[in-house]
Design a protein around this ligand. Structure first.
Ligand SMILES: [Zn+2]
Length: 69
């Protein structure tokens, strides 16, 4: 995992301000993660790599992750 950015910031996704699911605070560190995702096509499962945007609550450390499409 990459080092966290220094300054926590407010995040807005699709017009909704991100609020920590655990402590309801609104300050987050950003980072990017690589994820393996699977999609089934017929009988096969295809694995591909996706980049996820992760936001880590600056207060409690809860990780919120969004996969890009
Ligand atoms: Zn939190």
């Amino acid at each position: 995992m990459k080092p966290l950015s220094d300054e926590p910031t407010r995040i807005e996704i699709d017009g909704h301000r991100l609020q920590c699911h655990h402590c309801s605070k609104e300050q987050f560190h950003r980072c990017r993660l690589r994820r393996q995702t699977a999609s089934a096509s017929g009988m096969r499962v295809d694995w591909h790599e996706a980049v996820a945007h992760a936001f880590i609550c600056a207060h409690c450390g809860f990780l919120h992750e969004f996969l890009t499409h």
